[in-house]
Design a protein around this ligand. Structure first.
Ligand code: NAP
Length: 200
């Protein structure tokens, strides 16, 4: 059965830290594919503060297009209501499971986000559907989210010194983000004037 990385995130915007993290995890865990899944309406975030799902989806497609290991899924964007990882993983099992066996899913996300997994919707089911990989930048204290032994791996990724929050603030302040995000993403941000409006 395929070994499938599921890279869940808001990706507002996607940056080189995300791409390096996905590549590193794909290598370490011998994954066949990494599916990037931009959130629809991120749980616990106000819709006003986040770019539209379509803008975040397009940036994710642009950023991953040149790597044959990377794919992008619309499952979270096309499902109405808040995004819950339990639904993401059930949808991806439906896509990747075989008739007789289920795919091995590896859910990759920021270690900060994963630290709160006990509060996630249907957290008991979530944990049974994938192995969890929390990625973070060096120097950041890695908090074990307290999942059952063997179900989570925490990994430091130096390139994650880049953050989406910093990218957005830099654009707002007129500072460069070239080389922090792929050129195609930078061109899209400029063309759509993302992060320059007060609501973004
Ligand atoms: P977030 O709170 O915006 O991010 C927390 C930290 O993790 C930030 O430093 C962020 O950096 C980093 N991060 C997020 N996604 C990452 C990724 N794929 N790779 C590397 N670093 C990442 O987290 P979020 O984007 O809202 O949620 C992350 C994932 O967890 C999503 O798939 C979301 O649906 C899921 N989640 C599910 C529930 C639930 O089921 N109830 C609740 C919360 C989150 P950047 O800002 O630079 O990305």
């Amino acid at each position: 059965m395929p070994r499938v990385g599921v890279m869940g995130g808001t990706f507002d915007p996607i940056h080189h830290g995300h791409l390096v993290a996905a590549s590193e995890v794909a290598h370490r865990f011998e994954l066949d594919v990494v599916v990037f899944v931009p959130t629809g309406q991120p749980w616990q975030k106000s819709a006003d503060g986040v770019s539209s799902a379509e803008d975040r989806y397009v940036m994710t497609v642009l950023a991953t297009a040149s790597d044959p290991r990377f794919k992008v899924s619309r499952v979270d964007i096309d499902r109405s209501g808040p995004t819950y990882t339990v639904d993401t993983l059930r949808d991806l099992h439906r896509i990747f499971d075989g008739e007789d066996a289920s795919a091995d899913l590896f859910f990759i996300t920021g270690a900060d986000a994963l630290a709160n997994i006990a509060t996630w919707h249907d957290s008991g089911d979530v944990i049974s559907l994938a192995h969890f990989i929390g990625v973070t930048r060096p120097g950041h204290v890695l908090t074990d989210p307290g999942l059952p032994q063997g179900s989570v791996t925490l990994i430091e990724v130096p390139a994650l010194a880049i953050s989406s929050t910093d990218c957005r603030s830099r654009v707002r302040a007129g500072e460069p983000i070239r080389y922090m995000v792929p050129d195609s993403v930078l061109e899209y941000i400029e063309k759509q004037a993302l992060y320059t409006r007060t609501s973004s």
